[in-house]
Design a protein around this ligand. Structure first.
Ligand code: T1G
Length: 692
């Protein structure tokens, strides 16, 4: 049963029982209606308490049901709330832990609400690209006021129950046993008539219209490509000057409009994608984990320092090993500076600063890190250097320590072979800046132990990273795909584009930064180093030489005040470079290419579909377990626009047969070999299927 009915004296208790968060799926909704009707038909019952079993009152509507018939199957959430609100006996919501979305809306339909302190109270629908669709925009302003309600609904941010204790949202806060407190409260109000209803309350505001207009202007300025925030304001506005039922209808219409949008589907895709990524088919959720109480990092450079900060931020002591005192001091000073900057911006209290700085120490001796539960090396990206480090680690680290490499492309199996404990070796590929970027590619070696993988996934969550598991291949998931994207960017320059046209086209799609601005930021010499290797390893793969010519000009990017673009001292703005543009045009001439005007659509298709095709190969090879994992890599590590859902989701929205047709067109052009479709893509397109 997903709603359990019990009788405590003259009080009926309906307990939501749909783990893990009492999502209000169809069965649960039916259970509540049956419970209320049963209580109303039982003369011995004077009042009703609704509460949640397990770790939540309710996390809201069951998002898994969205865009499926079940979501609207009667009794809909509206019906459940109406049944509760029309009850002839008082209904008390007893809230603990989490009351979000439809869960809070259900509570708002009750006559009374009591809560334990520390419960997360939210209407977070806007984060899923929708809005509270079961009366929340009409009832919440009636109990906590227009401004507080509008802030909660437009931000979707949870508020702790005790912060709302003084409002009409909660009739009583219950310290100690919630059920006992709720039963006592229900006894106390059982005979009170008329039954209070939130819908009958009035909203007072000194200048509602003025405030709502201010809200519209503010929200419009910050909502970007997402339509939901502004529609939240419109729904709340309908709570003024309209009959309650009319306001509900406005809310309903806006909800139905939003739930069909691609933006909302993308946000819901990302919500589930983030959670699915930590599920590994052959590693059960109850796989024993190793305890991580301390960490060590090899290398105090940009990556090593950033990695160490992640541990300190999570309260885990971390020791950084360097070879030279000067490098160690520089690294520790940089970390301190980063925390000082956060404090200056008001993002860090002095207390947190002291705590985090206190958790980070340095050493020059391998012996001093031997007792750490995990060690992550962030040394130079060269297999010889990795070999030296891992042989040292194998000699000094205690048995059971996890030995992780921050390599961004190298073979983790080969790295593991430098040790006598390959089962303890794993890849943890952080993205620069490592203390900021959410993505953590977790590279599973052939011999990586299941407990090591389970531990690393749990650690990723603890240090607030999105951990995505990758198999071993050159570039893992993200970098392997971005290489095809960069290849196309180079070919586009040879055929007629200039850097700013390519960047602008993809930035118009929502990317934070196009390929050339991104390369200038990261350093053009990094790609140069990788291509030099490619020319030897994979001579059959063609690349544009334009990027090499740029590096031969010493134009590595921002760090050399010039790359694809020109830069001025102290100014990170990218200025079009006549020297570079002339070089590109001249290069086309040497290739005998007649430059042509290329549309933004072609630019976007060639950049994105090259990602999608490589992503399909990655899926076929089992390097990534599921398409949403690939999407999470791009959403959290490569600036892919969230409202587009990631490359594989984007391809699904375009339609895989359309993607395939476009690729077939490009296959007729230069470097057509790059457009050989992955068999999986062809198969899904032929079946009219999708990746996700
Ligand atoms: N529906 C279905 N599954 C849900 C869910 C939901 N609302 N919320 C969480 N889950 C699953 C989640 O996928 C994961 O599954 C497990 O629960 C644990 O989640 C009409 C229409 C509640 C604060 O947006 O914010 O109501 O991976 O890892 O860290 O207006 O989940 O274990 O299989 O996040 O303890 C509005 C979304 C819905 C709340 C718990 N509600 N959830 O956090 O656990 S729309 C939300 C959360 C709505 C009405 C509208 C969090 C949490 P699995 P978790 P957690």
């Amino acid at each position: 049963m997903t709603a359990v009915y019990q009788q405590h004296g003259a009080i009926a208790v309906i307990t939501l029982n749909n783990p893990p968060v009492n999502g209000l799926g169809h069965a649960t909704r039916s259970g509540v209606v049956e419970g209320v009707n049963r209580a109303l038909n039982d003369e011995a019952i004077k009042a009703i308490v609704i509460t949640g079993g397990g770790k939540a009152f309710s996390g809201g509507a069951d998002i898994k049901e969205f865009n499926s018939p079940k979501a609207l199957q009667e009794p809909s959430l509206h019906t459940v709330i109406r049944v509760v609100e029309e009850s002839t006996k008082p209904v008390v919501a007893a809230i603990h832990s989490v009351a979000m979305g439809g869960g809070l809306e259900l509570a708002l339909g009750c006559n009374y609400r009591v809560a334990s302190p520390g419960a997360q109270i939210a209407l977070p629908e806007v984060k899923l690209g929708i809005l509270p669709g079961a009366g929340g925009t009409q009832r919440l302003p009636r109990v906590i006021g227009l401004e507080a309600a509008l802030n909660m609904i437009v931000s979707g941010t949870p508020v702790l129950s005790e912060k709302l204790a003084g409002t009409k949202l909660f009739d009583q806060m219950i310290e100690g046993d919630l059920l006992q407190g709720a039963l006592a409260f229900a006894e106390k109000v059982a005979a009170i008539r008329p039954l209070p209803k939130v819908r009958d309350m009035k909203i007072k505001h000194v200048n509602a219209e003025g405030y709502l207009q201010f809200a519209r202007n503010t929200v419009r300025a910050v909502a970007g490509p997402f339509p939901a925030p502004l529609k939240c304001v419109e729904a709340i506005a309908a709570a003024f000057g309209k009959k309650f039922e009319d306001g509900l209808k406005v809310e309903r219409d806006l909800f139905l409009e939003l739930v069909q949008t691609t933006e909302s589907k993308a946000l819901r895709h990302a919500f589930f994608g983030e959670r699915a990524a930590s599920k590994i088919l052959d590693v059960p959720a109850d796989t024993p984990q190793r305890e991580i109480k301390s960490a060590a990092v090899i290398g105090a450079g940009t990556m090593g320092g950033g990695i160490a900060m992640n541990f300190a931020n999570a309260g885990i002591p971390v020791k950084i090993l360097e070879m030279k005192q000067e490098a160690l001091d520089k690294g520790l000073a940089t970390i301190r500076k980063n925390y000082e900057n956060s404090m200056k911006k008001g993002k860090l209290t002095q207390e947190k600063f002291d705590q985090r700085v206190g958790l980070i120490s340095g050493t020059l001796s391998y012996e001093e890190i031997g007792q750490a539960d995990i060690v992550i090396e962030a040394v130079f990206e060269d297999m010889g250097v990795k070999e030296t480090v891992f042989k040292q680690l194998d000699a000094v680290m205690k048995p059971g320590a996890i030995l992780a490499s921050n390599t961004s492309t190298l073979d983790v199996d080969q790295i593991a072979s430098f040790t006598k404990r390959p089962q303890d070796v794993i890849g943890m590929h952080f993205f620069s800046p490592a203390n900021v970027m959410k993505l953590l590619e977790i590279v599973r070696g052939a011999k990586t132990g299941k407990d090591v993988l389970a531990t690393t996934l749990a650690l990723a969550k603890k240090i607030k990273k999105t951990g995505v598991v990758s198999g071993v291949c050159d570039g893992f998931i993200g970098n392997r795909m971005i290489e095809q994207y960069i290849r196309q960017a180079g070919f586009l320059l040879e055929e007629g584009c200039l850097p700013e046209q390519v960047d602008k086209a993809i930035e118009k799609l929502g990317f934070a930064m196009g390929p050339f601005r991104m390369s200038d930021l990261a350093g053009n010499d990094i790609g140069w180093y990788i291509r030099k290797r490619r020319y030897i390893d994979k001579p059959e793969v063609t690349y544009s030489k334009v990027a090499d010519l740029l590096c031969e000009m010493g134009r590595y990017g921002q760090k050399t005040s010039g790359g694809w673009y020109d830069y001025k001292a102290g100014d990170r703005k990218a200025y079009s470079s006549a020297i570079v543009n002339d070089m590109i045009v001249a290069h086309s001439a040497t290739l005998g290419i007649e430059r042509r005007t290329i549309s933004d659509q072609e630019i976007v298709e060639r950049l994105l579909y090259s990602l999608v095709n490589e992503g399909a190969h990655i899926l076929e090879e089992g390097i990534a377990m599921r398409a949403s994992d690939i999407d999470m890599v791009y959403l959290t590590g490569y600036g892919f626009p969230l409202f587009r859902g990631g490359p594989m989701f984007y391809a699904d929205t375009v339609g895989l047969s359309n993607v395939l047709m476009a690729m077939q067109r490009y296959a007729k052009g230069r470097h057509g070999d790059a457009w050989k479709p992955a068999p999986l893509l062809s198969k899904l397109a032929a079946e009219g299927a999708s990746f996700n």
